[in-house]
Design a protein around this ligand. Structure first.
Ligand SMILES: Cc1ncc(COP(=O)(O)O)c(C=O)c1O
Length: 385
């Protein structure tokens, strides 16, 4: 069988493997608490659901433009202006089925055999997978616990060379929950300004889930990066819309048509119904979203303090997203073994740190997108590992 080498090298996202294992155990009657998958546990707000139902009834059933309907791109443009006071016209905005295609397209457009792409480790596993698939050399930028899992600028600068085509930044970060504030981002941008040939993919999909700062320091705020900046965003996390498959991205003018062509080749257009729901999400009431954010904040405080009370765990304080990334080295177990025991013996699904990169062997990721009641139970169960 002559299967392409690229396909053989493709990696996966272990959170889905953990989800499948957890679901199998649930079907066998086990009472599993799932802290593995990274999706809000709240339903999509009702006004968004209603907008989708209306779109179906109004007959919005056909193909849409490959880059998304104008009304939605205008809503995104307005959203960017309201959030960051930055003007982006709808021709720079691309609507995709979720945020993931933006990673795929950036890697395909800026990857290839001659290029190097820097990505965070630990980081979202799809970065490395897509970089490898493109043929580029993936260069891990290790984020360490001593730096609160923020980017160490000295380390990053050492990795940049004349083959570097793209640097991927993810703030707030999956899997660690770390958040780089404006002061840190100012310094990062000042350093990046020295390398005008290098493109930046800023994955800001958790931009609305930040705890101690009221303002997300989006890279969209920095004019000096604008003609080489790709921003990945979407509805999945902010609006509890993971299954709707809807994302938006901002592209530099010279790359936009490449990305749009990839859309036509790949999926023709995003789901039409989801796009109408997306307009309501951005323009309708934000009340439920604010409540959800407050609930995540409460859970973050709980999980962070309770994890640190456990004998075998220490956990740095997350500043955003809905993940905690405890260090479990005091247990004497690797992250893989710890996650196995948690699932098989304690019925708690977690994701081992190595699913997010080679540097995270002593860690596990806990998604606290689960009820307080289940979080309390999970802490109790983990206390005996
Ligand atoms: C950092 C990061 N980027 C992108 C994505 C992809 O999001 P979507 O489900 O919208 O494709 C995720 C999803 O978990 C993520 O954690």
């Amino acid at each position: 069988m002559k299967v392409s080498k690229k396909i053989i090298n493709l990696e996966t996202e272990s959170a889905f493997t953990v989800l499948a294992r957890a679901n199998k155990l649930i079907s066998e009657g086990k009472n599993i608490i799932n802290l593995g998958i990274g999706q809000p546990d709240f339903p999509t707000p009702i006004n968004i659901q209603e907008a989708a139902i209306k779109a179906i009834r109004d007959g919005k059933h056909g193909y849409t433009p490959s880059n998304g309907i104008l009304e939605l791109r205008e809503a995104v443009s307005e959203h960017i202006f309201n959030e960051y006071n930055v003007e982006k016209n709808p021709e720079e905005i691309l609507i995709t089925p979720g945020g993931k295609p933006t990673i795929f397209y950036s890697s395909l457009i800026l990857g290839g055999e001659r290029n190097e792409i820097i990505y965070p480790d630990p980081g979202f596993p799809i970065y490395r997978s897509m970089i490898n698939y493109s043929g580029a050399k993936g260069v891990p930028l290790y984020l360490s616990e001593e730096d609160n899992f923020e980017i160490n600028l000295g380390k990053l600068e050492q990795l940049i060379n004349n083959k570097t085509s793209l640097i991927i930044i993810n703030n707030p970060n999956n899997p660690t929950g770390s958040f780089m504030n404006k002061n840190k981002i100012d310094k990062l941008v000042a350093m990046l300004e020295k390398y005008p040939e290098v493109y930046i993919l800023s994955d800001e999909i958790y931009s609305k889930i930040i705890f101690n700062d009221s303002q997300m320091p989006s890279l969209l705020n920095y004019d000096t990066l604008i003609d080489r900046l790709i921003v990945l965003e979407g509805w999945s996390k902010t609006f509890c819309m993971t299954g709707w498959r809807l994302g938006w991205s901002v592209w530099p003018k010279k790359l936009y048509e490449f990305a749009n062509k990839l859309c036509v080749n790949d999926h023709s257009c995003p789901n039409s119904i989801s796009q109408y729901a997306g307009i309501e999400a951005l323009k309708g009431s934000q009340e439920s979203i604010n409540n959800i954010k407050a609930e995540f904040h409460k859970r973050k405080n709980f999980i962070h303090s309770k994890l640190n009370e456990l004998a075998n765990i220490s956990c740095f304080e997350p500043g955003g997203a809905f993940y905690a990334f405890p260090n479990i080295s005091k247990s004497g177990l690797s992250g893989n073994k710890y996650a196995d025991i948690a699932l098989e013996e304690k019925s708690v699904a977690l994701v081992p740190g190595t699913s997010f990169g080679d540097s995270a062997e002593n860690f596990v990721r806990i998604s606290y997108a689960n009820s307080m009641e289940n979080l309390e139970k999970a802490i109790y169960r983990l206390s005996t590992i």
